[in-house]
Design a protein around this ligand. Structure first.
Ligand code: PLP
Length: 379
């Protein structure tokens, strides 16, 4: 049996998305060409942009296509410093490495970086964010992720966006793990920038988009042609963009039904783990259904160091795919940086697992996972 519980790393494509992808491959014109082949491609490109914009209640001119989450984050952080005069960035130590490593880089250029406190429950301390916002003078950018990719914990996005607005700070949210899962009406949430990545919502890898609020003028991050209104040069990957739009459309159409399905699967998983494995713990508020996303659960297991080192190998041998920490760090046994932001040292030494589900998972697969984990813990 092979089961996939690593949907925060990437998701399987929906059949409709594969169909849209392969169909669009046939439209080979370059969207920048003025002849009929180019115009056909351009028309599909702009249709995808309009439909994506509609999902967020924004204008199509506020959506820019990218190669994915990492590029979008780098673009927004670096260009807001270059073009908006940002001198201070407020972020958290639980962000994705695309943010954290960008912050290390801009720090070397003289930008001051401030980290908001994380509570012992793994939540961003919003009161501390307000203290930082009120005490720092100069142009500020706040960058905080909406759904944490390791714990699933949700940031109160509207509250944080309103706070940033009240203190005149720009606000970027890495919404890579929430787009397609949580409704985002950006007409009501005064965020300035969001970043999305298609492969997290059942679309292909290597494509994503950013939202940049109208009136904010950023210049090219990648230099070259005039694509994406001069902000992001390079011939647009039409087949990927159209497939991404299709995947988003389906996720949004089925959101209430699929999120209910995911919530039920998550509850089933939490209950099964609780009754089957002694002293398993759920990290932070990861198992709090109101405060965490339905697709991610982060647990720690009561195991020795020797077993900690081989648990992923054991699970892999049983055909079970899941991860420790984020995908890019999962090969290492060093503790996850996101968990290190709020767990005590003794807890960090235990194996933590990120179990991330999709609507393609079944209760029978959860039974199999829990049975294998229980066996491993009891050996
Ligand atoms: N931000 C978060 C929260 C993520 O989970 C990921 C992917 O793991 C990224 C950013 C990077 O996105 P991409 O893989 O599209 O570069």
């Amino acid at each position: 049996m092979k089961v996939y519980f690593d949907n925060a790393a990437t998701t399987p494509l929906r059949p409709e998305v594969i169909e849209s992808f392969t169909h669009t491959l046939g439209v080979f014109g370059n969207a920048s060409s003025t002849h009929s082949f180019g115009r056909e491609a351009k028309s599909l490109l702009e249709q995808a942009r309009r439909q994506i914009a509609r999902v967020f209640s924004v204008q199509s001119a506020e959506i820019f296509f990218t190669s994915g989450g990492t590029e979008g984050i780098n673009m927004l952080i670096h260009q807001s410093i270059e073009n908006l005069g940002v001198q201070h960035i407020i972020s958290s130590s639980m962000e994705h490495h695309a943010v954290l490593h960008s912050l290390e880089r801009v720090q070397k250029k003289g930008v001051q970086v401030h980290y908001v406190r994380i509570t012992s429950d793994g939540l961003v301390d919003v009161a501390h964010l307000e203290t930082l916002l009120s005490s720092i003078n100069g142009t500020k950018l706040v960058s905080l992720m909406h759904v944490n990719n390791e714990t699933g914990i949700i940031l109160p996005l509207k509250q944080v966006a309103e706070l940033c607005k009240a203190y005149g700070a720009y606000f970027h949210s890495d919404t890579v793990q929430s787009v397609g899962h949580i409704e985002l009406n950006l007409a009501e949430i005064p965020v300035d920038f969001i970043t999305a990545s298609a492969h997290k919502f059942h679309a292909p890898k290597g494509v994503g988009f950013v939202f940049i609020r109208k009136g904010i003028k950023l210049k090219a991050f990648i230099n070259g042609g005039e694509q994406e209104r001069g902000l992001r040069a390079g011939t647009e990957a039409l087949h990927q963009i159209v497939a991404m739009q299709k995947a988003l459309e389906i996720s949004v159409e089925r959101m209430s039904q699929e999120q209910q399905q995911l919530l039920e699967l998550k509850k089933y998983l939490v209950n099964k783990l609780t009754v089957s494995i002694n002293s398993i713990t759920f990290n932070g508020q990861s198992a709090n259904y109101a405060l965490s996303s339905n697709h991610i659960l982060n647990v720690s297991l009561p195991l020795s160091t020797e077993k900690t080192n081989i648990i992923l190998l054991y699970l892999d041998m049983q055909g079970i795919a899941l991860s420790r920490g984020s995908a890019c760090a999962s090969g290492s046994v060093s503790p996850s940086h996101a968990l290190a932001a709020f767990l005590p040292q003794n807890k960090l030494l235990l194996p933590n697992l990120r179990i991330s589900i999709s609507v393609f998972n079944t209760p029978a697969e959860i039974d199999y996972l829990v049975e294998k984990l229980k066996f491993f813990c009891e050996q």
